[in-house]
Design a protein around this ligand. Structure first.
Ligand SMILES: [Zn+2]
Length: 172
């Protein structure tokens, strides 16, 4: 009997796993295979410890924002939300717009701009998740002003694209 009781805490110790990082996730229920695969990749990144490690290393406040990487990481992790992904299409595929987020926090992907690698689309989804968090979090701003990406690499949505890219490269 004694021995069993000794074993019990040991078993607990070995079965304990590090808590999974589940923050915001995206959900697409349509049939486009590129978006479906991009959704899986984006969700994988947003649960990945490296994503949070790289984000937290961004100690400066982002441009056009009052948050730094550590704060943004906490918003990502605290937000137990699922952002719906829907589609729209521009008239031509020459539009610069790949996606946008509505005021109620739904992500719209431009189906005319899906002729690119799945991980690229996943990065777009993660960029849009910053806008979703922005719309859900009071007292903070973390956008990028106009839609011209020039000179915006230090804003939260664009800085996170580089971070997401590094994480995606580390997970085949
Ligand atoms: Zn944006």
């Amino acid at each position: 009997m004694h021995r069993l009781w000794l074993l019990f805490p040991l078993l607990l110790l070995f079965s304990a796993r590090p808590a999974e990082l589940v923050g915001i996730q995206v959900r697409y229920t349509g049939t486009d295979t590129t978006i479906l695969r991009a959704m899986d990749r984006a969700n994988l990144v947003m649960r990945h410890p490296l994503f949070y490690k790289l984000l937290q290393a961004h100690t400066d406040t982002f441009d056009h924002s009052n948050v730094n990487g550590e704060m943004l990481a906490s918003y990502f992790q605290k937000e137990q939300a699922v952002a719906e992904v829907l589609t729209y299409k521009t008239l031509t595929r020459f539009s610069r717009s790949t996606a946008y987020t509505s005021f109620d926090g739904r992500i719209f992907i431009n189906t005319k701009r899906l002729d690119r690698p799945v991980d690229d689309v996943a990065i777009t989804l993660i960029h849009e998740c910053v806008h979703v968090l922005d719309s859900r979090t009071r007292g903070v701003w973390m956008g990028h002003g106009s839609n011209n990406p020039k000179g915006k690499s230090q804003t939260a949505p664009y800085a996170i694209e580089l971070i997401a890219d590094s994480v995606l490269r580390s997970i085949p």
